[in-house]
Design a protein around this ligand. Sequence first.
Ligand SMILES: NC(=O)c1ccc[n+]([C@@H]2O[C@H](COP(=O)([O-])OP(=O)(O)OC[C@H]3O[C@@H](n4cnc5c(N)ncnc54)[C@H](OP(=O)(O)O)[C@@H]3O)[C@@H](O)[C@H]2O)c1
Length: 264
Amino acid sequence: MSASSQGFALITGASSGIGATYARRLAARGYNLILVARDQARLETLAQSLQQQHAIEVRILRADLTSASDLRRVEQELQSNAAITLLANNAGMSVDGEFLDADIDRIQTMLALNILAPTRLAHAAANAFRARRGGVIINIASVLSLMHEMFNGAYNGSKSFVLTLTRAMQRELANSGVQVQAVLPGATRTEIFDRSGKSIDELPQEMIMEVDDMVDAALAGLEAGEAVTIPALEEIALWQEYDRARGAMLPYLSLSQPASRYRQ
Ligand SMILES: NC(=O)c1ccc[n+]([C@@H]2O[C@H](COP(=O)([O-])OP(=O)(O)OC[C@H]3O[C@@H](n4cnc5c(N)ncnc54)[C@H](OP(=O)(O)O)[C@@H]3O)[C@@H](O)[C@H]2O)c1
């Protein structure tokens, strides 16, 4: 048992890519870890190396987050373990190709992993953290949440869901002591491309960020208190202007009368 004062960070999808990088970075910051994914052997290798490098405790919670019973076990951990102070809602997958050509059963699995799992875990963590008046929830979305024109809409839409849920949670958790961040990575060099049957090398090199850089930027955004972090975006004013324009529409979106252009 370690003397960590940071508590435990529970990271989903910790066996590779962005999740494994969060595990390394949070271990270096003194967090104890609970690593969640399906691949027990990879989780054990990572756990051993982090335990050796840092004076922390690392536990493994093997779970297939598309299985209702496994998901429930992770929720119960968040509900019952008062030492957990951070949830990184990261596990996710993509399905390559156009929506119409894709295997609809794979799309359904993706929606279970990218939408249902983070929703239930965020709900469990948010309630536990609010009751303790503190905690951090990191929801990994994607820049594709803002892109309706590219890729298959089902993946994009799953990430738009994560962004919307995060922003609604931020409103509900204002002044609660609980911080919620949405991270919108662009293309990041991980296994997600290979796993979906696509090569990352099909993308222009200037579009691809190394995973260490992505996670370091996301953590810098978290530590700066950002609600939404877009690691690649230099001109933050572009995001602010987009969000301002969205906000400016709000008073006019639900009214008793149709717009004049629809009236005879
Ligand atoms: N890489 C990018 O370009 C990019 C860009 C924007 C957003 N993202 C998002 O970033 C997150 C992490 O992806 P990544 O790029 O790091 O990909 P990755 O290297 O493929 O990692 C995905 C992680 O999710 C886990 N996972 C997959 N299916 C699972 C299941 N059914 N149950 C539990 N865990 C499961 C995997 O572990 P096991 O196989 O061991 O279960 C792995 O640890 C995802 O939400 C992804 O959508 C990635």
